[in-house]
Design a protein around this ligand. Structure first.
Ligand code: IFM
Length: 663
């Protein structure tokens, strides 16, 4: 497997490379930054499922203290990749083993000094991360090595720690604190292979004298302890060996063969690498930007159910189960959300932080006035509940895990359908139920009526949910009686009647399904024209005053999504008509879009278009793609859904086979 490599140092790529060379183990994520960097350079050690909110700011995941800070000085001058004395610099990410490496050669007093480092977040142990730094000089030289656990944390909406305390005991340094909001103890403990002197504020130092050709090595073995977790020693070599063994196992399950196409192979390996380093290890799910930082508040969106779940179902089923379990666990919050808006059933969080909806009423800031813009994602993007139900139904179809269905699965699906039923309006004139005032996947058109994707998705939720409930009632009558006792009376019958009368937008004479009522009446202009109307590069395209709002230009695949999730709903002729119609209007302003078109293109026999869109999606973090700003809000980071969507397109569309698979 090829290793991702970059030679030379580019200051403008510090943030981008933090994402590109990112390592993780599903619980911890460490950005691809350099040892000498700090909070200003967006060093981040992100912890999954650990959230904190500071008064007046957005609640987000917590970044822990940095155990890998290390700055080396020669004659008082820092050996820094940004310095003028750099002869060469390279970073690499070993995808096969999940190891980050850097090597920088400096010119120091006429001699060459090589600073090298490797680091990994253990694939074998959830809270363990290790790094080995080495320093070699080709002439006798002395250095001062400054290292420790850096208490300065990069935050978007912090600071998240209170009562920060540093402790030093022998070769170990710990920085401990409590989160501001919930007072959860978080401690980063790092054992160093050398004892650091004069440790103060988590950082200590060490004089190092090298004879020509000698190498000094500093190992750092760290644990992130959350809550009641306790510390235990680990050995660098043993940890590395266990880590390597686990990566070998992971790739033996996950590798896909791109049939001799080198570019596709690398893009696919890179996408799969990202999916592997995000595989959850506990009762939490996967955030939209993975563990690459606090963007999107570290929250879980529909991305997980629709774009990521298929990979885990096939490759790491135990992780797929965790993703489903997360939604079942958070059913009570979804029911509360529905109730708070006056509806029944389960209305899932648009941006879920362990069930709590972190989506703000003002999710974008206007670049001209700097004022918050009212957005309606939280209360109108109701398709999230259908997406959750779809995932549960898919999971069941794949695993036949009756137990999970009886332990919340069926209940969740029915509650999601029930939510849509109570949300719908009965149109007495047309004699049908309608879903009014919603936002579909295309977020640029807010508060529309009868978004086709939403209506069909809830139709299928109710239909399939009812069928499953009836089947289970026959097979497990006693258990189902208990389940039904918790649900609204006669829910199965009510949902059946509702689906019969729910409005399902039909294709027009050209075979095109209108994305929402009145979409065809929007200004008929393409993406380039709308882009040319921008007065600021980071201007938000949607909402009440966006450049796309009154036009047919859409942010991302919308109607097309329906065909990807339910390919048998419409014949190929209709799918093709919609693909051709909507593609020119699609801005791909969301990283979920290209892969959706790739999957759709496969479904209508457009292999070349599918291949291009697949590459666009799979390479997004290799080229530092994706929008970085929504108005004035930073939305950069890695793009797991694009990786997951690329995998779906590759395996289920382009027909790339798993390694060792013959059919
Ligand atoms: O879930 C997506 C949404 O569809 C578009 N905006 C970004 C979200 C997170 O990826």
């Amino acid at each position: 497997m090829k290793t991702l490599k970059e030679c030379g140092f580019f200051a403008e790529k510090i943030v981008e490379n933090g994402n590109k060379f990112f390592i993780g183990n599903g619980y911890l994520g460490y950005r691809g930054t350099l040892d000498e960097f700090g909070a200003k350079e967006c060093v981040g050690l992100n912890v999954a499922g650990l959230y904190d909110g500071v008064k007046g700011k957005w609640r987000e995941t917590v970044n822990a203290f940095n155990p890998f800070f290390c700055a080396v000085y020669a004659g008082g001058r820092p050996l820094d990749a940004r310095g003028e004395n750099v002869l060469s610099h390279e970073v690499e990410l070993d995808l096969a083993e999940g190891i980050f490496r850097r090597k920088t050669v400096f010119l120091v007093g006429g001699g060459h000094v090589t600073l090298a480092c490797e680091r990994f977040v253990s694939a074998a142990e959830k809270n363990l991360l290790c790094s080995r730094m080495s320093l070699t000089s080709d002439m006798d030289a002395s250095f001062f090595v400054k290292a420790g656990v850096d208490p300065a944390v990069w935050d978007l909406n912090g600071p998240h720690f209170a009562d920060v305390g540093t402790h030093c005991e022998g070769h170990r340094i710990a920085v401990c604190a409590k989160t501001q909001e919930l007072h959860i103890p978080v401690c980063v403990v790092c054992a160093f292979s050398e004892t650091l002197q004069n440790v103060c504020g988590g950082i200590g130092g060490l004089e190092v004298s090298l004879k020509a050709g000698e190498t000094f090595v500093l190992d750092r073995v760290a644990r992130v302890l959350v809550g009641e977790e306790t510390y235990s020693e680990a050995d660098y070599g043993e940890a590395l060996a266990a880590h390597r063994r686990e990566w070998a196992r992971l790739w033996s399950l996950a590798r896909v063969d791109a049939a001799g196409d080198e570019r596709a192979q690398f893009a696919l390996d890179y996408s799969i690498y990202h999916l592997l380093i995000l595989a959850p290890r506990g009762r939490y799910s996967i955030a939209a930007r993975g563990l690459s930082g606090q963007t999107y508040k570290g929250a879980v969106f529909w991305d997980t159910e629709i774009f990521l779940l298929p990979f885990y179902m096939e490759v790491l089923p135990e992780c797929a189960k965790r993703l489903i379990q997360y939604r079942i666990d958070t059913l009570p919050e979804a029911k509360k959300k529905a109730e708070s808006y006056g509806f029944g059933g389960a209305f899932y969080a648009w941006e879920s932080q362990n069930g709590y909806d972190a989506c703000s009423d003002f999710n974008v800031t206007d670049v001209f006035t700097h004022r918050p813009v009212r957005t309606y994602f939280k209360e109108k993007q109701i398709h999230i509940s259908a997406d959750v139900a779809y995932a549960i139904l898919q999971y069941y179809e794949h695993t036949h895990d009756d137990a999970l269905m009886l332990e919340g699965g069926i209940e969740t699906v029915l509650e999601c359908a029930q939510f849509a039923r109570t949300y719908s309006y009965y149109n007495h004139i047309k004699g049908r139920y309608e879903l009014l005032d919603v936002i579909g996947p295309d977020e640029y058109h807010e508060r529309v009526n009868n978004n086709a994707y939403t209506n069909y998705m809830f139709y299928m939720t109710a239909k399939e949910g009812v069928a499953l409930a009836e089947e289970f009632a026959q097979r497990y009558p006693a258990r189902c009686e208990e389940i039904f006792a918790r649900l609204p009376k006669n829910i199965v019958q009510t949902l059946k009647e509702w689906t019969e009368k729910l409005y399902l937008p039909q294709p027009n004479a050209e075979g095109v399904i209108e994305q929402f009522d009145g979409y065809f009446r929007c200004e008929d202009v393409g993406v380039d024209e709308v882009r040319s109307r921008l007065r600021h590069p980071n201007e938000y395209w949607g909402g009440s005053g966006g450049v796309a709002t009154a036009t047919r230009v859409i942010k991302q695949a919308d109607v097309i999504m329906l065909f990807n999730l339910y390919p048998d709903l419409f014949p190929e002729r209709i799918r093709r008509a919609n693909y051709d119609f909507y593609l020119p209007y699609t801005e791909h302003g969301s990283s979920l879009s290209r892969c959706s078109y790739a999957i759709a293109a496969c479904g209508i026999g457009r292999r070349e278009e599918a291949y291009d869109a697949f590459l666009e999606s799979a390479e997004i973090d290799l080229r530092g793609g994706g929008k970085q700003w929504a108005g004035e809000i930073y939305i950069g980071g890695t793009h797991p859904a694009a990786s997951g969507g690329a995998w779906i397109a590759a395996v289920h569309g382009l027909g790339y086979k798993k390694k060792g698979q013959t059919k």
